[in-house]
Design a protein around this ligand. Structure first.
Ligand SMILES: *[C@@H]1O[C@H](CO)[C@@H](O)[C@H](O)[C@H]1NC(C)=O
Length: 208
């Protein structure tokens, strides 16, 4: 009888273990998380069906970064030594939510350079899922929009050139008008002299 009970228990554990661990999936937001520089963001991931992640290692990494560790939660705390210094004091897990399988990571005061793909990995379950963070640039922030700055400078230069050209044209037309007047005046003056001269000559002829 004892043997059967133990055999039954053994069978039960064998079948229930994969059910409680292996079948839980790590589900992260499939939509990119969109934020502005300076915002606090939550990279949302959970185990579904929910199982506790309290006593598990949770590894948040950013592939391509060196070191790639953003937040490694082990033995109930952050493994600070492994963390990429760019993220020091800027990350947190919802430790009281781990028991519900919520392994989301919060990043405080995101920077433009934080944008990219993050990976959540639970070594004990051998589950990993990616989640993308997008940082939208503010128009006022010059570092976030190089083309905007270039276009503004170009527009400024164009505006100044237009004004300079316009003023130059205007002055040209002014002096042109003056020349025209002078021409008119001198022509009349010449004709008057001519008229005077011819009439004088006529007078001479008449007198002779
Ligand atoms: C995880 O917990 C945090 C804090 O309570 C919550 O804001 C977030 O929506 C939760 N995420 C999931 C996937 O349940």
């Amino acid at each position: 009888m004892h043997v059967f009970i133990w055999f039954g228990f053994w069978l039960f554990s064998l079948y229930s273990l994969p059910v409680t661990t292996g079948q839980s999936n790590l589900i992260c937001s499939t939509q990119p998380i969109v934020a502005h520089a300076g915002d606090d963001v939550i990279l949302s991931c959970r185990l579904d069906p929910p199982i506790s992640a309290s006593s598990r290692t949770v590894e948040w990494t950013k592939p391509g970064l060196d070191p790639e560790y953003i937040h490694v939660h082990q033995d109930g705390r952050l493994v600070y030594q492994s963390q990429n210094p760019l993220y020091n004091y800027r990350t947190a897990l919802f430790v009281d939510q781990l028991i519900n399988g919520n392994v989301s990571m919060k990043i405080f005061r995101v920077k433009t350079s934080d944008a990219g793909k993050y990976k959540c990995f639970l070594p004990s379950l051998w589950k990993e899922t990616f989640i993308e963070l997008k940082i939208e640039g503010d128009f006022m922030d010059p570092s976030s929009c190089t083309p905007c700055v270039a276009i503004s400078v170009l527009l400024g230069v164009l505006f100044i050139l237009t004004v300079v050209l316009w003023v130059w044209k205007w002055r040209q037309s002014k002096t042109g008008e003056r020349k025209h007047l002078l021409n008119l005046f001198s022509n009349d003056f010449l004709s008057i002299i001519l008229i005077v001269m011819t009439t004088n000559r006529d007078d001479h002829h008449k007198r002779e």
